[in-house]
Design a protein around this ligand. Structure first.
Ligand code: ATP
Length: 578
């Protein structure tokens, strides 16, 4: 959002420049080059589609060219049938038809991941190959060429048209990247569990990615039909989808430069190999090796380059800018006496919760209450069952007996993202903050709502996090943890469960967390269940403490009393009798 305030982004300027260069190239290049460059622009659209489904949402799809084939088929049909509106309307029609296919493929694919998803989408690509070979493209039999848009009928004119379409798609993608929906896709790619904990429906996110990417691929297929006049099933073969997927994975087509580079590779490489007399299969092999390299390095070429550049800039800039604000703590550290839990209304109630993993009982009839306006500590030695309790309460473990009530209403049976939306939010012991987002975008994704810019700045200042436009991969781990808490409380959930939020913090960071946690109930109207090994943090922030050992509650009550209990001390020393 800061970027918006500063005016046109370099990417927009770059795209305008690209359009100008396209016009120049179209004016001066010979027809062979123009044809090849138009192919590269069409390929760039395919890459944009991979950038959506794989680059952003992290979903493997090996059938993007099949969606393109559907788009091309519809454009061919509209041309033959004389559908009014002309080529641009046909393109949109082709995109929409591909979207329907995207949703149909996406729905059964939602429960699949990794290799299984690759196989499922590839099976669809093969099936469509067979279908398209059986049903000729409209116009294929009688060479009825697709009519290009008025004003762009020459090869050079059509090249400019394709660049305009590519540019419009880039702008659309850029807009998506700046919305919470775009941030949600990136979080799904990074960690489906974290996304669900932020109230994001992973299934709906993936389906949206399938639909959008199929639309873009369908438009690309339609553009190809306009370029070639007549297309055949061979233009959209399943194996070509796999090659393009490998290129997309290698280059990183969620980035503008990656999509353009991928487009150029997809279109130009085969011609280069032809000119060198090298078999085409080698191109696929080359890109497959590149894709394996991505898995080894943990990122595409453009992602790695961008990340390196951001880190270098951050190092040059020194310490990260913290938004200017002067938040006044509502309550100084533990100057306030612990709140009295006796009469408070429960925000979260856990009744007789039992969770078993085979023969092991991780939670054994646990009952506890987190009253409104309170911070409750949940402590116990390693393996006592604290994380299991958080996982179960928030819907990440569904094999349990007992009840979980939020504001008096049972939430048992609801999946994690539904519980999160109702206001049961959590953090994870293992940090799950996606590095690809900016600080401000993550804050909004974690909050589960779009926050006004001023609120984002205030919240970041309150938790002493860097400014909204700072990329997360330049932020240290302890600050990321603070950012996670900042985002979660910004959503003002009725209940927040924090799993060791101070892990890896320095003394100063723990002190900041201590201040903020003490204020959370009043400032955000959020009750907190705090799992923490730092007993001083628990003592200074919690109104009451529950102690677990071997899955059972062994003590509960005011912090000073409970933490001085000999049974609790013995449990921590590992000598409790059971
Ligand atoms: N998915 C699982 N499958 C099998 N056993 C599990 C699973 N998750 C947890 N456990 C076991 O349940 C017990 C409780 O684990 P849990 O992680 O809840 O403890 P904890 O109190 O959070 O420990 P720590 O403080 O080390 O995080 C442990 O014995 C653990 O090995």
């Amino acid at each position: 959002m800061d970027i918006l305030r500063r005016g046109p982004h370099p990417v927009v300027l770059g795209l305008l420049l690209a359009a100008a260069v396209a016009a120049l190239v179209a004016g001066f290049a010979n027809s062979n080059y123009t044809f090849m460059l138009t192919g590269a622009a069409v390929s760039t659209v395919f890459m944009q589609s991979y950038g959506l489904i794989t680059g952003r949402a992290g979903v493997i799809s090996l059938c993007q060219l099949s969606f393109a084939g559907i788009g091309a088929w519809v454009v061919g049909w509209a041309n033959v049938a004389g559908v009014p509106g002309g080529f641009t309307a046909w393109l949109l029609l082709g995109g929409l038809a591909a979207t329907v296919a995207g949703v149909l493929v996406g729905l059964p694919a939602l429960r699949l991941r990794g290799v299984n998803l690759a196989v499922a989408t590839f099976a669809f690509a093969i099936a469509l190959d067979v279908v398209l070979t059986g049903i000729p493209f409209p116009g294929q039999g009688n060479y009825r060429l697709v009519e290009r848009p008025a004003g762009f009928t020459t090869d050079s004119g059509y090249f400019v048209f394709t660049v305009v379409v590519v540019t419009v798609i880039f702008l659309g993608l850029r807009h998506l990247d700046r919305t919470r929906a775009g941030g949600a896709l990136v979080e799904i790619r990074h960690s489906e569990r974290a996304a669900a904990a932020h109230g994001i429906s992973v299934a709906r996110g993936k389906l949206t990615a399938f639909a959008l990417s199929a639309f873009v691929a369908g438009v690309g297929g339609g553009l190809m039909a306009g370029q070639l006049g007549v297309v055949t099933a061979g233009n959209f073969a399943a194996f070509a989808s796999v090659s393009l997927f490998a290129i997309a994975l290698f280059v990183g087509t969620n980035n503008v430069e990656g999509a353009i580079a991928g487009g150029l590779m997809g279109a130009v490489f085969p011609s280069v190999l032809d000119a060198l007399g090298v078999p085409q299969d080698l191109a696929a092999l080359f890109f497959a090796v590149g894709a394996v390299q991505v898995l080894r390095l943990g990122g595409s070429q453009t992602d790695l380059l961008r990340s390196r550049r951001r880190r270098r800039k951050a190092a040059e800039r020194g310490s990260l800018p913290i938004p200017h604000a002067n938040p006044k703590p509502l309550v100084p550290i533990r100057l306030r006496a612990p709140r009295d839990t006796a009469d408070a209304t429960p925000a979260l109630e856990v009744r007789d919760l039992t969770v078993r993993f085979g023969a092991l009982t991780a939670n054994d009839g646990v009952s506890l209450v987190v009253p409104k306006g309170h911070v409750v500590g949940l402590v116990g030695p390693n393996g006592a069952g604290k994380s299991t309790l958080i996982n179960t309460v928030t819907g990440f473990t569904d094999h349990y007996t007992g009840r979980v009530l939020l504001n008096g209403e049972p939430v048992d049976g609801l999946p994690a993202h539904r519980r999160a939306r109702l206001g049961l939010r959590r953090s994870f012991q293992q940090l799950r903050v996606p590095e690809q987002l900016t600080v401000g975008m993550f804050l909004q994704v974690a909050a589960g709502r779009t926050l006004p810019a001023e609120e984002v700045d205030e919240q970041l200042a309150l938790f002493e996090c860097p400014a909204a436009d700072v990329p997360i991969d330049t932020v240290d781990v302890a600050t990321r943890r603070l950012l996670e808490v900042a985002g979660l409380v910004a959503g003002r959930p009725p209940v927040l469960l924090l799993d060791e939020p101070a892990a890896g913090h320095s003394g100063a960071e723990t002190e900041l967390l201590q201040r903020r946690l003490s204020e959370v109930p009043e400032r955000f109207d959020t009750a907190v269940l705090l799992v923490e090994h730092d007993i001083e943090l628990v003592r200074s922030t919690c109104d009451s403490v529950v102690v677990l050992d071997f899955g059972r509650v062994i003590a509960a009550g005011p912090p000073d009393e409970v933490l001085a209990d000999p049974a609790v001390i013995a449990a921590y020393l590992g000598s409790a009798a059971h």
